[in-house]
Design a protein around this ligand. Structure first.
Ligand code: SF4
Length: 208
């Protein structure tokens, strides 16, 4: 029998309300990301020595079960973030199979991952919170070190599925020193043209 899959975590945050989708949620933050954003909100996820522990899907379900009643009463569940949770698609697939069916699964992702991860997650995820950064290729490259085309291709693919637009929230940040209000407006216009209906425009607050 093959060994059970494990994933590295940087932490679990319980009792979050209306910040990661519907209801009460527990945020599970995975270690590891495909991008290197200049103002990464969770830089621990990029440093190997900051892995707090490794868990199996079964151990994580058992751990989160303590809040089962909250999840069921509020229509909440589990938000997977990080880092980049889509890199852990196989782990999340196994977690879904073991967790109570009424737990909602939310993914907080940049979508800058190989598309096979998104294909695996499609039947599993209830809601996507997409941190798209900026759709200008140069701004995106400067800020994240990555290629915006992979994120936009994946977003188009996601939106091509019936009813998906209502389940996707795209977050568009104003990033100090990297994009401009006009650039943000262009990104938002492009997102609407792609079929996005839920956009959360916000400002990064940098530590003083
Ligand atoms: S995508 Fe998120 S976790 Fe990854 S480097 Fe950027 S801010 Fe950090």
């Amino acid at each position: 029998m093959s060994a059970e899959i494990e994933a590295p975590l940087i932490g679990v945050s319980r009792h979050r309300l209306a910040v990661d989708g519907k209801g009460v949620t527990s945020l599970v933050a995975f270690h590891g990301c495909t991008l290197r954003c200049r103002f990464c909100l969770n830089p621990h996820c990029l440093v190997p020595q900051r892995v707090s522990r490794r868990v199996t899907p079964r151990a994580l379900v058992d751990e989160l079960m303590i809040d089962n009643l909250y999840f069921l009463a509020t229509g909440g569940g589990v938000a997977f973030g990080g880092g980049e949770p889509c890199l852990r698609s196989e782990f999340i697939e196994k977690f879904r199979a073991l967790a109570p069916p009424r737990w909602r699964i939310t993914i907080e992702t940049s979508l800058n991952v190989d598309s096979r991860h998104l294909e695996r997650l499609l039947p599993i995820v209830n809601e996507y919170i997409v941190d798209i950064k900026d759709l200008d290729a140069g701004v995106y490259r400067n800020y994240t070190g990555g290629d915006v085309a992979r994120a936009t291709d994946n977003l188009r693919w996601l939106l091509s599925h019936d009813g998906m637009a209502a389940r996707v929230i795209v977050r568009v940040p104003h990033i100090p020193d990297y994009n401009t209000p006009d650039g943000v407006a262009r990104t938002i216009a492009t997102l609407y043209a792609m079929g996005v209906v839920n956009i959360d425009e916000f400002h990064y607050r940098l530590p003083q």
